[in-house]
Design a binder for this molecule. Structure first.
Ligand code: ATP
Ligand code: MG
Length: 558
């Protein structure tokens, strides 16, 4: 056993951790260094969170460090806005890269030198073919490719052309630099892959210093080597690139020899986790923006009230495997619910109000009752809840002709108002269409606090809000973006994924809740203030409903 730093917390059990552990034990690596390498061409989503938790988690577990490295090699799609958003998201998730923030563009000069080195060694050449011609000559899985007519240029000619590419003598796409490997290789990635392309595009970091940019393949492994990455962890689609990753490192005077390992990306049911698709939802205004609470982006989930701890818990539970699978959206909700159930304070809010007039309660009077903030955590104390003659209850807590097992409000029935009194429904008031618009009830003053001195029991307990003190709010309920479990790229979003309720009635203490805080609206779900709201016009988002469909699914499959 090698000594691990005191802060290491190695209790991980996934195949990558097994590799890391073995590498430390055998002494193949002295220190664990991982990296999270986002391309700043969009906002991070829950799939990236899996990768972040894995890379930062491994580093932490083995007393190493994790770099944040922006893979900014394609200035056409990359923006400063995305760089900043990605940093904020990684921090919000609870991870810290310390001083280890890097950009692939930091290494452009070194990468360029390495390209010249390959040219000198006869291992790279400038090709004048167009992108289409190169694609056509690449061959297929069953047919080998055809050599470029420029494949046998001399190193001198290649060097001259490459330098002129760099000097800006040629237009976009006129020439590329390719590795000279093997046009008959079984792995298509080894059929003379492109290393550099001409792009006369300003770069968010290097401005107009460069008009040639390295490809992902040429930049990634070399960046890993420069930073001394010990384990370069990426998703399965890069498995076929690994031989090229290795070839480049073996054929350059790289300062270190990192290794790449692949794991299965996260797929989530009823949503899409491809940046391209997410960008199109934003661009076509099918959602409010990157932070639309229905989006699987971290900014969207934050706005919706998802606690970062619940996302980390989700990542830990889904684990890390080598085989692709899809996780139910309900599993993510389940993690939020479990976490919030412990930490979220309870509040009263009536989403679909029905007015109740308590006829024997003195007109014009009110009183203050005491309500428990979190029954699971007495330390959170109590709050004051005003009560009066007119209150609101949920429409669904009343039935005029209820089935036998309905224990809430019904004509002639008695129910407990939580933390308040027993009330009995005496009369149902309807409008001309027969819709119930009000209930006339009586209360038993002896039951203050919710218990009858005569020991009389009621079967149902419902929540309520005093009409005279209620805040009015808009409440937004969210469902999955897509009805299909595995939406196709052109699937239309489900219009029912957003339901807006107006004039919901909230207990007055909710005015003090700030953006970022999540509470349980008792019997309904977890909710948080939306930044769209103001004190005059409150807006709340439902993070998740209380009903745990995932628990049911899990129970069924047992
Ligand atoms: P997308 O495929 O959504 O366009 P991407 O993979 O191009 O995203 P990058 O910015 O290149 O996005 O990703 C940064 C890191 O996050 C990469 O290491 C990538 O493998 C990982 N990653 C991206 N999507 C997922 C996912 N769904 N599950 C796990 N890891 C992911
Ligand atoms: Mg990528």
């Amino acid at each position: 056993m090698i000594d691990q730093p005191a802060d290491a917390t190695d209790d991980r059990s996934d195949f990558i951790s097994d590799i890391v552990r073995a590498d430390l034990q055998s002494g193949r690596v002295a220190a664990v260094v991982t990296r999270f390498p986002p391309e700043p061409n969009g906002y991070l989503h829950i799939g990236h969170a899996k990768s972040i938790c894995l890379n930062f988690g491994i580093a932490e577990a083995f007393g190493g460090r994790c770099h944040l490295r922006f893979d900014d090699t394609n200035p056409v799609k990359e923006k400063q806005e995305y760089i900043e958003a990605i940093e904020a998201d990684v921090r919000w998730l609870g991870f810290d890269w310390g001083e280890h923030r890097y950009f692939a563009s930091d290494y452009f000069a070194q990468l360029y030198d390495w390209a010249e080195q390959l040219i000198d060694a006869g291992k790279a050449y400038v090709d004048d073919q167009s992108a289409d011609e190169i694609r056509e000559a690449r061959g297929t899985l069953t047919e080998s490719g055809t050599d470029s007519p420029h494949r046998d240029r001399s190193p001198e000619e290649n060097l001259d052309l490459f330098r002129r590419m760099r000097a800006g003598e040629f237009g976009d796409g006129a020439r590329v630099l390719r590795a000279r490997i093997d046009m008959a290789a079984g792995n298509i990635n080894l059929r003379d892959p492109v290393l550099y392309r001409i792009l006369h595009v300003e770069h968010p970091r290097t401005g107009n210093d460069w008009c040639i940019y390295p490809t992902y393949d040429f930049a990634h492994g070399q960046s890993d080597a420069i930073e001394g990455i010990s384990h370069s962890i990426c998703t399965l689609e890069f498995e076929d690139h690994r031989p090229l990753y290795d070839w480049l490192l073996e054929n350059l005077s790289a300062p270190a020899r990192p290794h790449q390992y692949e794991f299965a990306r996260l797929n989530l049911g009823h949503t899409v986790l491809s940046k391209r698709k997410l960008i199109s939802l934003v661009r076509d205004r099918l959602v409010q923006g990157w932070d639309d609470p229905r989006m699987p982006t971290l900014v969207g989930m934050r706005r919706r009230g998802f606690p970062p701890a619940a996302i980390r818990d989700f990542a830990a539970r889904i684990g890390v495997a080598k085989r692709d699978s899809t996780v139910e959206l309900a599993a993510l909700d389940h993690c939020a619910r479990e976490y919030l159930n412990v930490v979220a304070e309870r509040r009263f809010a009536v989403l679909r109000p029905l007015k109740v007039v308590i006829e024997n309660y003195p007109e014009g009077e009110s009183e203050i009752l005491e309500a428990v903030n979190n029954p699971g955590d007495v330390g959170t104390g109590t709050r004051q809840l005003p009560f009066g003659r007119e209150i609101y209850v949920e429409r669904e807590d009343f039935m005029e002709n209820p089935p036998r097992k309905f224990h809430r409000l019904k004509p002639g029935g008695e129910v407990r108002l939580r933390f308040a009194y027993f009330i009995t429904c005496e009369e149902v008031v309807k409008d001309a269409d027969g819709t119930v618009v009000e209930l006339r009830c009586t209360y038993d003053p002896e039951t203050r606090g919710g218990n009858a001195p005569d020991g009389r029991k009621v079967r149902g307990t419902i929540h309520w809000v005093s009409a005279a003190h209620a805040l009015s709010a808009e409440v937004r309920l969210y469902g999955p973006l897509f009805t299909e479990p595995d939406p196709s790229p052109d699937e239309a979003i489900d219009p029912a994924s957003l339901e807006v309720l107006h004039d919901c009635k909230l207990e007055p203490s909710l005015a003090a809740l700030v953006v970022g805080e999540v509470v349980q609206f008792e019997r309904t779900g977890y909710f948080c203030p939306d930044p769209d709201g103001t004190l005059e016009a409150l807006v709340f988002n439902r993070t998740v409903a209380l009903r745990d469909t995932w628990a049911k699914i899990a129970a069924k499959s047992r």
